[in-house]
Design a binder for this molecule. Sequence first.
Ligand SMILES: C[S@@+](CC[C@H](N)C(=O)[O-])C[C@H]1O[C@@H](n2cnc3c(N)ncnc32)[C@H](O)[C@@H]1O
Length: 342
Amino acid sequence: MASTKRKKRKPSSSLLSRRQSHAPSSISTSAAASTKPLPSKLSRRLIRSHHTTQKRLHQALQQNDTASIAALTSSITSAGGLAAYQRASVSGQSSKRGGDTSKVLVSWFLDLGISKPPSKTTSNSDDDDQDVKNIYQPRLLEIGCLSPANAIHSFFPRPYRTLMDLNSLHPEILAQDFMTFPVPVSPQPGPLAADSLKQGEEEEEEEEGGGGYDIISCSLVLNYVPTPAARGEMLKRIARFANHSLLLQRHQRHRRRTPTPAVFPALFLVLPAPCVTNSRYLTEDHLQAIMAALGYELLRRKMSPKLAYYLWRYTGPGTSETFKKVELQPGGKRNNFAIVLE
Ligand SMILES: C[S@@+](CC[C@H](N)C(=O)[O-])C[C@H]1O[C@@H](n2cnc3c(N)ncnc32)[C@H](O)[C@@H]1O
């Protein structure tokens, strides 16, 4: 007897184009947020293929290989471009798949005694209001942000967060390349500078975002950056922001009503686990050496089968040590993920 069972259709990239045909041509906030998550296999395949094609495109651009540039650009566009890649990433973040990496940061915050800011609506007296004002409210800078509704965002109510992405999926997320986002001008060292700031000036400085960022989140972004040297540049730039925050912290310490928690300035870094567990050029020890050279010490680490999570604290300018792409673990089945500091 012939089976009446229908064969399960394998997810394919045409599935994405069919799904997208019901959505506006550019993925808007609501479309990205409201569309159902993509099947996980399809998301993973889209993400992997986007990374590979981007990497090839970067090589073609460096070699000025016009034929390959045209072919690869067209291949990226026909697969839906950055927007499709982001949609696949949003699917990976969906709560059903436990994909919001910031949940790990939340658990570390609670462990480190950093609590959520009390909501203003729950305070019912002037005294409570005063208590709320007296609590130091840290600021977040998130690079590569797909949604302002992840677990960690409740620790950073607006305006204490700056969220950015190359392609913004939400009005609150700046469409901004972090590599061109201006590093704030740091206060000059020395007692004069600290004392010469009048209270109003300082508050204004903080209001305008010149107050620095206590924590920078860089989750699954570094592996998006196509070359080892560009990854190193991104980490260096992050360290410049951290250095600014550290100087401000020292500069304003005497004015703070509650001290800045000892965790800050910090960096939340997430990488796909194989970047540090199965690369020829990067191990966790090597990553730690790179981060130490940039001025960071490791506070927390978590390794899951898929992801490596780290919380680093910036302690001050590191060394000018350089790190080349050197084979650390040979082996045919390893990947080539690397970070180079020039
Ligand atoms: C895989 S998504 C990660 C999203 C999210 N942070 C997470 O953990 O799931 C990587 C995002 O990083 C963004 N991105 C890559 N380089 C960037 C840069 N230089 N500046 C801002 N965003 C960047 C990409 O546009 C992409 O949306």
